[in-house]
Design a protein around this ligand. Structure first.
Ligand code: CAA
Length: 395
């Protein structure tokens, strides 16, 4: 699919027929398959294996990956459209899809050897296996370079010890891209990335996080106890891990921005319908100017988010040819869209009153799910820091 067909020139955001097709396919799948199970998996916190497997079979788990590596051969615009549609129905499915696509597939595609792509990217992009990305540790979240886990080289392999936390999909992942220290004295330049197989001795899962939202997306600690990984499973060179982690997060943040857009739209559309139906003081509540202003603010922020996301998606597409970074575009999209999701979900609960607070409607789920988009893959504070540093030339 040629990028040139989707062009912002002349401010014409008309989507190509292929983009319309993927959007429709994602919307149909989410409407028929995910909508009916979303509340159940939110309540139980179980992992939605069946729907994720079906999404894999349809190509949603490796949308931008070339055919020879098991992917759907689409572009970033297609990815953001699909993420938005899936997340609009259920943000948990969006999280699982986003991590698999933009953290794991993107990392393996851009930094993996041919053998690594064949062994790991193919099963993950085709949805047969599930991938995860592990950067955070109990004592290093935003300060990602300050990690305590270690990998020590021993001949043709490395021995890994330590504990990582907040790993999305860890409870179900077959393979994990792990960032750990091989040379602590070099600080972030001493971080190295590895591809971890989770069925090997020395690997175990720690506590599962009891989360406020995106409850169907499984999250846990992972623990390494003298885990041996072959040097062939090192992703990139020794010391390149931090740059790989950051580069991959640039892609990941576009996915989270699209997830946030989906949540915001769901909250907005529920509010619109409710305001057109619900009556108070002898009229539809949509007649009240105080609530109309909420609709205006929600809609404006949603459309502004969409533009920032499309801008970031196009910058990432350009980067495939030029290698140019799109860090600022990605951070701006994530920052604005996640704050929009939280704003819209907050307004939606208020507009619905008691019904917004009830589990009988999905509005309270949008509110709980929206919050994570301001936290994971870099908090809003980190996004502001990244944008400002880049603007000031402080990188
Ligand atoms: N692309 C490429 N290189 C980058 C980069 C990027 N986007 N950002 C930084 N770098 C490079 C810098 O150029 C620098 O390289 P040199 O040493 O060669 O000059 C190096 O990395 C260090 O950069 P900084 O000095 O800026 O590093 P820092 O320690 O000040 O941290 C930070 C920068 C932006 C705060 C970073 O630590 C960060 O993004 N923190 C947030 C981490 C995060 O998002 N965590 C979430 C993890 S995933 C998750 O949420 C769970 C999940 O499963 C989804």
């Amino acid at each position: 699919m040629a990028l040139a067909e989707f062009t912002p020139v002349g401010i014409n955001f008309t989507l190509t027929p292929e983009h319309e097709d993927i959007r429709r396919a994602a919307r149909d799948f989410a409407g028929t398959e995910i909508a009916k199970v979303a509340a159940h998996f939110d309540e139980t916190g179980e992992f939605p294996y069946d729907t994720i497997k079906k999404m894999g079979a349809l190509g949603f788990m490796g949308l931008e990956v070339p055919e020879e590596y098991g992917g759907a051969v689409l572009d970033t615009v297609a990815y953001v459209l699909a993420m938005e549609e899936v997340s609009k129905v259920d943000a948990s499915h969006g999280t699982i899809m986003s991590v698999n696509n933009s953290l794991v597939c993107h990392g393996l595609l851009n930094f993996g050897t041919e053998a690594q792509k064949l062994n790991y990217l193919v099963p993950i992009a085709s949805g047969k296996k599930i991938g995860a990305y592990s950067l955070t540790e109990p004592m290093s979240g935003s300060d990602a370079g300050n990690m305590k886990s270690r990998a020590v080289r021993n001949g043709d392999h490395y021995v890994i010890n330590g504990r990582k936390s907040w790993v999305t999909s860890a409870p179900v992942a077959d393979f994990i891209i792990l960032f750990t220290m091989t040379a602590p004295e070099k600080k972030h330049k001493g971080i190295t990335a590895f591809i971890i197989e989770t069925d090997k001795p020395g690997f175990s899962r720690g506590k599962t996080e009891p989360k406020l939202g995106i409850r169907a997306s499984a999250t846990s600690e992972i623990v390494f106890d003298n885990y041996e990984v072959s040097a062939e499973n090192r992703l990139g060179e020794e010391g390149e891990g931090f740059k790989i982690a950051m580069t991959v997060l640039d892609a990941g943040r576009i996915g989270i921005a699209s997830q946030a857009l989906g949540i915001a739209e769901a909250a907005y559309e529920a509010s619109l319908s409710y305001m057109q139906e619900r009556e108070a003081f002898g009229q539809k509540i949509g007649q009240f100017q105080g609530l109309q202003f909420k609709i205006a603010d929600m809609k404006t922020r949603i459309e502004a988010s969409r533009l920032l996301i499309y801008q970031a998606a196009l910058a990432k597409e350009r980067s495939k040819k030029t290698g140019e970074r799109y860090t600022t575009e990605s951070s701006m999209a994530k920052l604005f869209a996640s704050e929009t999701a939280m704003f819209c979900a907050h307004q939606a609960v208020q507009i619905h009153g008691g019904m917004g607070y009830s589990k009988e409607l999905p509005v309270e789920r949008y509110f709980r799910d929206a919050k994570i988009t301001e936290i994971y893959e870099g908090t809003s504070e980190i996004q502001r820091m990244v944008i400002a540093r880049n603007e000031l030339g402080l990188r």
